[in-house]
Design a protein around this ligand. Structure first.
Ligand SMILES: [Mg+2]
Length: 232
């Protein structure tokens, strides 16, 4: 019997995507609009909520710069620079966040699962690259849910897989926190001090019910084990 299920968001929690997804947004917007977009502006949209999908966000920023561009063209360009040919694009610049042994220690006591807005192929590529031996007992990607975050569908489906087991969701956006709240699931937050809106993000995560917020997943470890959370 395990002590519950820890469900991870991927981007910003397991994987530092500053140089991958966030950079793909930046390059895509600049390609279509000729105008730069800085990381703080991107985070402003994320903090407002509802912009979990980076294709939709890239499209929105283009429109907000009064450049009319088809959504499908945005997706195509984004994927070309992000995936490249056979995953040799910006996705290669991702950095794995968990310290060596963290997930292996956790899986001795908990089931581990993932609920991400990534497409499944992009999720599994990264897991295979950085954590090929860790067993995730449930990986839900973008195609697996009809309703995207902040909707709680993904968490509800993982909860249904393991009836009676307590869930904890670990996320780095206001949409993650809202999804957990709507599902009635305990939430732990990550707010990277390198994030251009880190203080605001930390306050938003707490306001949405985070039991603890830390600078990264490794510093959240005591809270993962149920120890009183430090709001760092
Ligand atoms: Mg995230």
């Amino acid at each position: 019997m395990t002590e519950g299920v820890i469900v991870f968001d991927m981007d910003g929690v397991l994987v530092d995507v500053t140089a991958s997804y966030r950079e793909a947004i930046r390059q895509t917007v600049e390609h279509f609009t000729g105008m730069p977009v800085n990381p703080g502006e991107i985070q402003d949209y994320k903090n407002a909520g509802g912009w979990n999908n980076d294709w939709a966000l890239s499209h929105r920023i283009c429109l907000d710069r009064e450049v009319a561009v088809e959504y499908d063209n945005v997706v195509e360009h984004f994927q070309r620079i992000f995936l490249g040919n056979n995953f040799n694009g910006l996705i290669q610049r991702e950095q794995w966040i968990p310290r060596g042994g963290l997930l292996e220690d956790l899986e001795l006591r908990f089931r581990l699962a993932i609920f991400t807005g990534r497409e499944r192929a992009e999720a599994f590529h990264t897991l295979q690259r950085f954590a090929p031996t860790v067993v995730f007992q449930g990986v839900l990607g973008d195609e697996d849910v009809a309703h995207k975050k902040p909707h709680p569908e993904g968490l509800q489906r993982i909860a249904a897989m393991y009836p009676g087991e307590a869930l904890t969701y670990v996320g780095d956006t206001v949409d993650d926190a809202r999804s957990a709240k709507a599902a009635g699931v305990r939430f732990l937050g990550v707010a990277d001090p390198g994030n251009p809106r880190a203080a605001e993000l930390r306050a938003l995560l707490i306001a949405e019910g985070a039991e603890a917020v830390a600078a990264n997943l490794n510093e959240l470890e005591p809270a993962l084990y149920g120890e009183p959370g430090v709001i760092s």
